[in-house]
Design a protein around this ligand. Structure first.
Ligand SMILES: C[S@@+](CC[C@H](N)C(=O)[O-])C[C@H]1O[C@@H](n2cnc3c(N)ncnc32)[C@H](O)[C@@H]1O
Length: 329
């Protein structure tokens, strides 16, 4: 069992209780534990442990066979902190940030005002990045929440037609790493606020891609965007008001060569505003977290791209919640 809560050292003495451990796809042993040693390893009370484990089984987060619990292939890949594929940063961010702020949802719904640390006029990213630990946690959260979309973009976008790309508002560099890993001919990197530089550099170096991926510090409202064949904006536009969204699209258009592409990916709401609950709740999250941000449909986004001058636009689903819109200049 390598639940993210369990330090590996705590598990080693429990190995004798393991039932026929199999190998994971990374070649490491997938551990299976009975309820008693698992709850000892986690320090859980006997009253809570079995309900908790079985709730995780019912949610598809654990498997249970003959009374032995193990990760599912997905939780083994994405919720083991020891793996580079760990995507649980967003859960940490939810625990410390989002849950308490969502407690004020009623107030947000009645006032239209954010309910987080930006109360009092602070800009969301300025106040968040003042504390290096919070900055790091937010960056990990972004890598986690965008991992599925980033992998899909690396797979489905026709990268062979282009040579350079920049992820605008790149955070830690999750998308840049996925794309560069898969397409050896590409060079590029990320553009983000200056405090993000060190987390991007560390993450890119841990993937040994520092020769092809460079960090460009700047503010996308006051600085020009770096030029590249492809610009990407992931979960950027939803942070901002409609005029600010259009300003950012105009800046991307100005930075692209003729034939260049802008990829916008978000939890885009379905046109009928009926099925993508994640996208609609994300928009309410923008209500709670930002001054004027909101999520939108692919049709809205394509209209903004055409208004900025993009000649061709298309949209494509990436994950059950995220889609991308592509504009060609
Ligand atoms: C919601 S996160 C999205 C991160 C990443 N693109 C993703 O999809 O996971 C927004 C990103 O925009 C960056 N950002 C916010 N304001 C910015 C500004 N004025 N100039 C440049 N980057 C900014 C933040 O630092 C953060 O990395």
């Amino acid at each position: 069992m390598r639940m993210s809560l369990v330090p590996e050292s705590a598990l080693e003495p429990l190995i004798p209780d393991v039932e026929s451990p199999g190998l994971t796809n990374s070649g490491r042993r997938m551990v299976r534990l009975a309820a008693a040693p698992l709850s000892t390893a986690l320090g859980l009370h006997e009253r809570s442990a079995v309900d908790f484990f079985d709730a995780l089984v019912a949610l598809g987060m654990l498997e249970r066979h003959n009374g032995y619990y193990s990760n599912t292939p997905d939780t083994e890949a994405f919720l083991d902190r020891a793996k580079p594929s760990y995507a649980g940063g967003v859960l940490d961010y939810s625990t410390t940030h989002l849950y308490p702020f969502w407690g004020a949802l009623t107030q947000a719904l009645r006032t239209g005002e954010p309910q987080n640390q930006t109360i009092g006029g602070d800009r969301f990213f300025d106040s968040l990045y003042r504390d290096p630990a919070q900055l790091k946690q937010f960056m990990h959260a972004m890598t986690g929440v965008s991992m599925g979309a980033a992998m899909a973009i690396a797979d489905v976008f026709p990268w062979h037609r282009y040579h350079t790309f920049i992820d605008v508002g790149c955070a830690e560099g999750g998308l840049a790493v996925q794309v560069a890993r898969k397409h050896q001919h590409l060079a590029g990197g990320g553009f983000d606020l200056p405090p993000v530089a060190s987390v991007f550099t560390d993450y890119v170096r841990s993937s040994d891609l520092q020769d092809r991926l460079t960090f460009h510090p700047g503010d996308f409202f006051t600085d020009p965007l770096p030029a590249a064949d492809v610009l990407v904006m992931g979960h950027i536009l939803h942070d901002w008001s409609a005029p600010e969204k259009r300003q950012l699209i105009d800046k991307a258009y100005a930075a692209l060569p003729t034939g260049g592409a802008l990829i916008i990916y978000e939890s885009m709401i379905d046109d009928d505003r009926r099925t993508n609950a994640f996208g609609l709740l994300m928009s309410l999250n923008m209500l709670i977290e930002t001054k004027a941000g909101f999520d939108f449909t692919a049709t809205d986004c394509r209209a903004w791209l055409h208004a900025a001058g993009f000649t061709t636009t298309s949209s494509e689903p990436l994950t059950p919640s995220d889609s991308m819109v592509i504009g060609i200049k």
